[in-house]
Design a protein around this ligand. Structure first.
Ligand code: DHB
Ligand code: MG
Length: 221
């Protein structure tokens, strides 16, 4: 099935996703530096992120897990020129690549990349740090419950929270699979269930060039 899913993603991309030299350059540089591309979102998924920001007229975005900053570029495309993105990356090598791609892109928005454990960086933000309109959680899956709680502290009513990789080819359904990343995702579902600070939540399975995975989406009450 993987070949068909990839072919269909290529079909969608060729029809609906306009060429963008910044995005192309980001993927090219990431590949040339020897980094794998499976960690990045697909182009049609990136477009969904862009559109969610546009639908909600978002101006301030928090991203956990920068990697190559490819998703960061999509998030920037959904923002006005005075928009702001704080993106956090835990691995030094990924952060260096992400920063290089951000520098090369020369985007009008302010994009701040911080390196370190996202939970520590978020806890160290000043009390009066302006709240985010949109939060994309795409860092280590083991910490998703912690990231969700910390994100809620940085949210206002109506903030949208999107979490990547919440299906993992169905691994979340395998009771034998006790990997910390999989347990982290299951704990995220339990935390989202009837969470007093969330208006509503859902998750969507996706198939495509990145395999079988999915997004969870929540609106803050
Ligand atoms: C992995 C992480 C991701 O965020 C992703 O989108 C795909 C794979 C990983 O750690 O394997
Ligand atoms: Mg991801």
């Amino acid at each position: 099935m993987q070949q068909m899913w990839s072919d269909i993603d290529a079909y969608i991309e060729s029809h609906l996703i306009p060429e963008d030299p910044i995005l192309t350059q980001t993927l090219k540089n990431t590949d040339e530096k020897g980094f794998p591309d499976h960690l990045a979102v697909a182009a049609n998924q990136g477009m969904l992120l862009q559109m969610l920001l546009q639908m909600n007229k978002c101006k301030r975005v928090l991203e956990l897990g920068t990697f190559a900053a490819y998703s960061t570029m999509w998030l920037a495309r959904g923002l006005p020129e005075d928009g702001y993105i704080l993106t956090i990356e835990g691995r030094d090598t990924h952060a260096a690549l992400g920063q290089e791609n951000i520098d090369n892109a020369k985007l009008p928005q302010t994009i701040e990349l911080k390196v370190g454990r996202a939970a520590n960086i978020l806890r160290a933000l000043p009390e009066d740090f302006e709240k985010f309109d949109f939060i994309f959680i795409d860092a280590d899956k083991q910490s998703y419950p912690e990231y969700l709680e910390l994100s809620l502290k940085l949210s206002h009513s109506g903030t949208i929270i999107v979490l990547d990789n919440v299906i993992r080819a169905g691994d979340i359904m395998d009771p034998e699979n006790k990997k910390p990343s999989i347990e982290g995702i299951r704990d995220m579902y339990k935390l989202m269930q009837n969470h007093p600070q969330l208006l509503c939540s859902t998750a969507l399975q996706t198939v495509g060039s990145k395999g079988h995975d999915g997004f969870a989406i929540a609106i803050v009450k």
